[in-house]
Structures are given as C-alpha cells and as structure tokens.
Design a protein around this ligand. Structure first.
Ligand SMILES: [Zn+2]
Length: 284
C-alpha cells in the first residue's frame, strides 16, 4: 500500500495531548485486559448508542480546544490520507446516484474523550457516533491490532477506518437510524441479529471502497489479504473463542470471521455498493 505524500483530509480533529505523541509505554502489561476489552467493545460498537445519543444524524457540536489542523506525525498522516480517500470515493458514489456526500469528522484521541454517544474510551476500540457524525479513533488500537490480535499491515488499519466510515454512509442513507429504532423494540437476540447485518454491510462498504482505491494506493494482493485476515480476526466467533473458548451465536453482533471476510470480499469484487444489501438476503 503506497500512501505517503498523498492528499490529506481536512476533517481530522486531533484531541491528543502534546501534539500526538500518544501515551508513552502505552498498553504494556495491561495487554491482556485490553484484548478482552477490545473483544468486548469492538464487538459491540453500536450497542452503547441504543439508549440515546441522538441517533438519526442531528448534529451535536461539542466544544473542544482548537486543533491546529496540521499533521503532527506519521500515524496521523496515514489516517488522514485514508480518510481523504474515503471522502473522494463516497463523494463520487453518492454523486452517481444524485446525492451529496457529507464528510464525517474523524476524532483522534488518547485515553478518553467525550462524544454525543457518551464517553469514548480507548478500550472501546474505534467507533462511529451517529449523533455527532464522528468517527472516534485511539491509534493505540492499531498497536493492539498488531501486537495482540496479530493483524499486520497498513491496509489492515485502512480497512478499520473504512469500516467506520461505512457506518457513516449507513447514517447518511438513513439505515442506521431505522435499524437502531427497530432494535429498541425487539428481543436481545433479534437486536443482535440486526447488528450483525449492520456490521456486515459496513464490511462490504469497506470492500467497495477498497476496490475504488486499488490504483491510488497501488494495492497488492497481500494488502487485500491483510484486510481479510483482520476481518477474520475480529469475527465474533474468533473473538469469543479466544476470550473464553465458548462460541454463542445468539450473542454475535458483528458476524463470524467467515461472514466478515465474505462481505468485505463481496464489496471488493464487485465495487458496487448495491451488492451490500445485507438486509434482504437470507444468505448472510
Ligand atoms: Zn462496526
């Protein structure tokens, strides 16, 4: 994946202290706990928002200390380049259907920060908040991905950012609001099943995006494999197996490793967001 020196996004909000040095030492001995938390929370990134948080896309502005807007380090540059590429791709896709894409903001933070969906914490893993239309990302998560989950490569990270942007697309199309509405009035198992469809669609959108940036990023087969590999490592069954050895399908909120790979691949092979209809298929 060739990303250096490419155009960056104007929609990064850097809330890290000290110009983005991150936490020295970081996860260290807490590694195991972090893995468990990432498993728990990366596995349920929409659930915390069921109880409110302005689902439906109304803009909530939180006052934050001004970000200089400049790129502080390589990690920020990477995320900014990827975000910029999602903006370009989704702007084109929306325009092709006569719609206007509205760009999300991506908030970089360390430790904890506030969101319209409640307090954001590193251990939650990256997530998208529909209430303020912002993606929240603590870049320590990338380190966890690499060191604890064994997911390697830049494109694996790009896949994660693109997945969260996929939720933003779902918010713009109205799907996210509709589904979250539905989830309030069904059983836990049914609510989880709806969540799985939302998540697999975001994986598919991530694949669609990947197809559109093959040339720009000079993606190789290995890059795509690293995204598929990451999708497999964060499948509900894989996470549950690694956490306590017991796989409980009713509790799945993101789909199995196989499903996550397959929907990413569907998006990537076709490059067509219309093929990402995880709601009308009975072949999830
Ligand atoms: Zn998700």
């Amino acid at each position: 994946m060739k990303w250096r020196g490419k155009r960056t996004s104007g929609n990064i909000q850097d809330r890290r202290r000290g110009g983005g040095m991150g936490r020295a030492g970081g996860i260290g001995g807490l590694g195991m706990i972090v893995v468990i938390l990432v498993g728990l929370f990366f596995g349920v990134d929409l659930t915390p928002f069921l109880g409110g948080g302005g689902v439906g896309g109304n803009q909530v502005t939180t006052s934050q200390s001004a970000d200089s807007g400049q790129i502080d380090d390589e990690a920020e540059e990477f995320v900014s380049v990827v975000l910029r590429q999602t903006e370009e791709v989704w702007t084109d896709i929306f325009a092709a259907s006569g719609y206007q894409y509205e760009e999300p903001t991506l908030v970089l933070f360390t430790g904890a920060t506030s969101s319209a969906c409640g307090a954001a914490q590193s251990a939650m893993g990256p997530f998208y908040c529909p209430g303020d239309r912002q993606v929240y990302l603590d870049m320590d998560f990338f380190r966890v991905m690499e060191q604890e989950l064994g997911a390697q490569g830049d494109f694996a990270k790009a896949y994660v950012v693109a997945h969260e942007v996929g939720h933003h697309v779902q918010n713009l199309t109205g799907l996210l609001g509709e589904v979250n509405q539905m989830r309030r009035s069904v059983s836990q198992a049914e609510s989880n099943a709806l969540s799985v469809r939302v998540e697999l669609q975001a994986d598919c959108y991530s694949g669609v995006w990947a197809r559109h940036v093959v040339d720009d990023f000079q993606l190789t087969e290995e890059d795509i494999r690293s995204a598929l590999d990451t999708a497999a490592r964060i499948g509900d069954d894989a996470l549950q197996r690694s956490m306590n050895g017991v796989v409980v399908p009713d509790s799945f909120t993101h789909g199995t490793s196989e499903q996550r790979q397959r929907w990413f691949d569907t998006g990537f092979r076709t490059g067509d967001e219309d093929q990402c209809d995880t709601f009308s298929t009975n072949q999830l």
